[in-house]
Design a protein around this ligand. Sequence first.
Ligand code: 9MR
Length: 374
Amino acid sequence: MGIVLATASCAQTTLKEAFKNDFLIGAAVSPAQFCESNQVEAALVKAQFNSISPENVMKWEVIHPEPGQYDFALADRYVEFGVTNQLAIIGHNLIWHSQTPDWVFRDAKSNYVDRDTLLARMREHIFAVAGRYRGKIIGWDVVNEALADNGTLRDSPWRKIIGDDYIAKAFEFAHEADPQAELYYNDFSLENEPKQAGAVALIKNLQAAGVKICGVGLQGHYSLEKPTLQKIDKAISTFAKLGLKVMVTELDVNVLPSPGHALSAEVSERYRMSAGLNPYTNGLPADVQQQLAQRYADLFSIFLKHRVSISRVTFWGVTDGNSWLNDWPVQGRTNYPLLFNRESKPKPAFDAVLKTAQGKTAIKLSAGESALAR
Ligand code: 9MR
């Protein structure tokens, strides 16, 4: 049994309205949206969402490209857009192995700096960035993607130079810089057992050490089939049991064939375009559109089941046209991972999500999943 596709009736309500008693509904926004040069997309953000995340403009390489040189121009505009429109503004991110310039880790001779030097640089960066927006940003992704797939800590320069406690230090500095802000650990593939176990251990260690951590972000870069609903359900319960707010922070559903990689969001993964990897350049076939709508309905039925633990669900992008999945892991494909099409019009998946909110959806359940239905 599948859901009934798009009807006009749902178009009258909005995502933020539909879930206002459940969780915030966010979107990662781009400069064209928050500077309003793309007025259609800016209007869509204001109409549908009550939270925003900066897709790229707060990353270290953008906001702090050279030693002692900060470029807050776009980040300021992002925050201003959120304040003006009364949106819950998220900071993404303070410490990550990716998009951090190499100079951060090096001395004048190109050797790695020592622990104290890197801790001082980390502190200075966190104080400059989180301190600047103190009181305006409701929560920061303090540390992003610190775990490898097997649940051990990634051997990033942060870890190599400072040691495993670089994570605790980042949270401590963020707390000092903005004592009111919520502080999150954010990662992908936390539905997978080994990585989930690693994240639980990491969070328990922080909690045992008295470090303030408020929430965990399950990024939610999913495909039509993976991960299973059971895995997502279990991941949410597991992290909620730690006493944390759970957030789905970067939701999208990849509809394109995988070039052989495991489902992840590893930015460094790249594959060459080849025949068959870009099948929907002239539009998404009706059956795949239906599958996408059903997948979104199923996902939101799980999120609603956990509405007490989930504080926010954020989409990684606004329209299909601006999704990173058009260029990852293969450059230049035509993907359809979000709820709004390239003309900013709602897709059947949008109606399916709203119907799920209204409890009208007949949720397709495979054997053993019925317990997940609301
Ligand atoms: O969507 C982002 C893309 O535009 C950037 O090129 C890329 C590298 O900065 O980062 C993407 O966002 C990532 C996010 O910051 C962290 N989790 C994985 C996201 C998708 O790669």
